[in-house]
Ligand binder design. Structure first.
Ligand code: SF4
Ligand code: SF4
Length: 431
């Protein structure tokens, strides 16, 4: 794609990077066929190619974001199916990241949107606040229907619908500390505790710690770590995202420098995609660029790390799983084989639902901020999963677990919960 940025514009490293990305796009449109919003809405401006044109126009003309551009960029799930499809290697992720920051800095959203986004950014990344808000949601749930009919409160009504009916007790797996390896130590990892996952489903990291320590891996939950920053990063709130990244870099490198680390293990693929990008996010920060790159190089999805342990083959369990590959797993991190191989080796039959490349509509806060499109994608995903007639669903991202569970009665579990069970742990709750 031909671009017309001025030398003065290109002096801004963010603009220079976006220009290089734009120049790679050859307008072929292959990406449109795999874009969930184009498939759902049928509007070129809700396709990757359409959004690329809108971003080019906005950045090239150095203008503030307008309502039309914001509408179509907001509808993007950041699922990155387009980057898997694109034959020209267009780095859409970093282009849309830049566009979102530009929107946040130049566009004044209506009051109701600013309110909803500010509440999400102030609550979700902080486990204590999130836990408290979920408890409050339990009391307010009877008013969800009424709130969804009021424009100012619609988003809060959607949040009430998504809140679980019971909030699990806080787990020791989320507290800083060292979980000692059983037998001979073969490795040492830091485990991301994070923000929403330990509140919604602490059993995921509990299963991870059990499984890793059983196979001789010491697991450290680092003091000072917290939300990876993905939630605010996808809202264009760059300062808040970079602050979260720096805090985690400091926390993990302290552990690495004190006792060595083979990996930083992540059990939510949405977080993994962002942590693997810390090196890029902090590339212009002279104090953190190198440290962040070191953290990104250590970051591994739990299934990537488990694949290095050569877990023994187990007898067949007589259970069929539908494997839902989260977008952040298959498109963001390009991890497509390891989770299914581990499950098969552990004795499960694994099936791939049709249209596996399409997002389930969770996408961080997307199911709250874009509930109509999200509901359509959820229904499509659940239909494809149910068609495989599984006993249970396996996936590797808490957002997908919450989203899909709200649309089907089939139990849905994190891959690591099933692996922990297969290798000596208790049967997961809900099976
Ligand atoms: S990230 Fe997903 S929703 Fe956004 S343009 Fe690409 S394929 Fe479409
Ligand atoms: S597939 Fe790649 S090169 Fe083709 S239009 Fe989409 S982003 Fe551009």
């Amino acid at each position: 794609m031909q671009t017309n940025f001025t030398p003065a514009q290109l002096a801004d490293p963010h603009v220079a990077e976006s220009e290089a990305i734009l120049r790679k796009c050859v307008h072929c449109g292959f990406c449109t066929a795999t874009c969930p919003t184009y498939v759902t809405l049928g509007d070129e401006l809700d396709s990757p190619r359409g959004r690329i044109y809108l971003i080019k126009d906005m950045l090239e003309n150095g203008r503030a974001a307008d309502k039309e551009t914001v509408t179509h960029i907001d509808r993007c799930l950041s699922c990155l199916a387009c980057t898997t499809t694109c034959p020209s290697g267009v780095d859409y992720m970093h282009l849309v990241d830049h566009a979102r920051v530009h929107i946040e800095n130049t566009y004044r959203r209506p009051f109701k949107d600013r309110l909803a986004r500010s509440v999400l950014a102030a609550v979700l990344p902080y486990p204590a606040r999130f836990r408290l808000s979920l408890k409050a949601a339990g009391l307010a749930r009877p008013f969800a229907g009424m709130m969804k009919r009021m424009p100012l409160l619609k988003t809060f009504g959607v949040m009430l619908d998504l809140a679980p009916s019971a909030v699990p007790q806080p787990s020791t797996s989320a507290m800083p500390g060292v979980h000692t390896a059983q037998g001979k130590r073969v490795g040492r990892v830091a485990l991301l505790s994070g923000c929403a996952q330990p509140v919604l489903k602490p059993e995921i990291n509990e299963a991870t710690i059990r499984l890793l320590t059983r196979f001789g891996v010491e697991v450290v939950v680092s003091a000072g770590e917290g939300c990876c920053g993905a939630l605010v990063h996808h809202m264009g709130r760059e300062n808040q995202a970079l602050e979260a990244a720096r805090r985690n870099v400091d926390a993990w490198l302290k552990v690495a420098d004190e006792g060595g680390l083979d990996a930083i293990v992540i059990t939510a693929s949405g977080c993994g995609t962002t942590i693997k990008d810390y090196g890029h996010m902090l590339r212009l920060d002279p104090e953190y660029a190198e440290k962040a790159a070191r953290v990104s190089a250590l970051a591994k999805d739990i299934t990537e790390y488990l694949s290095t342990l050569d877990l023994p083959e187990q007898d067949a369990r007589g259970m069929t799983l539908a494997y839902h590959s989260a977008c952040s797993m298959q498109h963001g991190q390009k991890i497509t084989v390891a989770p299914k191989q581990l499950l098969k080796r552990a004795g499960f039959v694994v099936r791939d639902p049709a249209e596996g490349h399409l997002c389930c509509g969770s996408a961080g806060t997307y199911n709250i901020l874009q509930p109509e499109i999200s509901a359509k994608l959820k229904a499509r995903k659940v239909k494809n999963i149910e068609a495989t007639k599984p006993d249970a669903i396996a996936t590797g991202n808490i957002g997908c677990i919450t989203q899909i569970a709200s649309g089907t009665a089939i139990p849905i579990l994190h891959t690591v919960e099933l692996l922990d069970w297969a290798y000596g742990g208790a049967k997961p709750k809900g099976l």
